[in-house]
Design a protein around this ligand. Sequence first.
Ligand code: AMP
Ligand code: MG
Length: 520
Amino acid sequence: MKLNNRDTFIKNLPADPILENSRRQVLQSCFSFVTPKRTKKPELLHVSPEMLENIGISKEEATEKSFLDIFTGNDILPNTKPYAMCYGGHQFGNWAGQLGDGRAINLTEIAHKNNHWALQLKGAGETPYSRSADGLAVLRSSIREYLCSEAMHHLGVPTTRALSLALSGDQVLRDVMYDGNSSYEKGAIVCRVAPSFLRFGNYEIFTARQDYDTLKTLVDYTIKHFFIHLGEPSKETYLAFFGEVVQRTLDMIIHWQRVGFVHGVMNTDNMSILGLTIDYGPYGWLEGFDFGWTPNTTDSQHKRYRYGNQPNIGLWNLYQLANALYPLIEEVEPLESILDQYRTDFESKSLQMMRSKLGLTTVEESDKSLIEELTDILELTETDMTIFFRLLSNFNATNPTEGIEIVQEAFYDLTEISDGFSQKWKDWFYRYANRLEQEGLPAMERKEKMNAINPKYVLRNYMAQLAIDDANKGNYALIDELFQLLKKPYDEQPENEKWFAKRPDWARNKIGCSMLSCSS
Ligand code: AMP
Ligand code: MG
């Protein structure tokens, strides 16, 4: 198997001079060279054909032993030097110091058809950043990362991608709910792919250490390779760079809000400098529309990373990045005005996104209150977000009394509607009908537009869990079924109608479905 290496990519960055693994502070270095751990009995479970094509590997090559060896850490590509990156981060609002790639190893960086890709193994063993952990990953979290990153891509959400999912053949000890009940689980390795895995925390660590030389080296490198259109590094370029990261981060979060994705751990070490969704841990998909929901049990008390707070946290994290870049800019005002722009842009972009979910193509002052009224009623009773917006495209503006009937599949308990909230819904549907009449878009055209924005299929929390339960028993068919389904999330797929359904009752309080921890 041949890959077009691009090892010059990392040539100008300071590397950790000490090659062996040790749990310690890695100073003045952006990364450390490491060797992936050999695995006992590796077995490929799935490979993404789109990603193979993107990086220039044929389907035949992917069946060769060399592919299996490389993407499970048993061999390395010729002339490459795998490495783990050094970063810090703010976790749950507090500075946590050095974190780094504790179980992620970049194999190499390649160029194919004008795109640059970094290939990274997750779960391939210890690195100098592993602290007291093992550097490994379990099958359940690897399936979740593999399926969700590809699903997000097909939903049109900026994200890191996934190339392969493999069993390592090794057993990994985990305490899933952090309650003292550890057990062995199947170890797994995902190869994930992105132009770069740099995070806000990669910059924060050097500012925290007052190592501004390395900070500048890393920022200049980032601009040179990923923001080349901004020009030669200078104070102005650094500001333009920050401005673009702010915009990309906002756009990514607006997409999350559109599809009902809750990241779960928006620490600054999980924020990509390219505005990609990164580090799929205890994430979840909204079932009932609820601004207060988070799937992460570690965050159940304060719910810092709840659905409705993601845009605020995005801004909070960008403040940390602004602090990290400040030593190169040394002016507060322009940084603050870029951050203020986030607030203004959030208001307008969020409103525009919600308009598009309702099939509105024109702008009216009153849209804001129409939308707020809707989200208020959606929160009154448990209403499935995905089903609601998808069915709403069938609404007939000339017959608003039918509204409830059209979306009724979205309600988890229909009696709650008839017992108390039907008048509120009727009022809203009348208001919506009036607004649509004013808009005057033919019904079919509106439906088409809405269905291109409101997905029919998302990776519901229980769906991933079903694939995990099967896989733990040695049956991997559902992984492929969901992978195929989620390639076309906006299409009607009559043969897959069973996945367009509310969460079944058994999954309401099941671990892995509605409750997830960071254990992975
Ligand atoms: P996460 O919460 O998964 O984003 O991880 C936070 C930090 O812990 C990162 O530095 C990870 O690389 C590290 N980490 C998480 N799990 C492991 C593990 N099993 N072994 C080593 N490091 C880990
Ligand atoms: Mg992380």
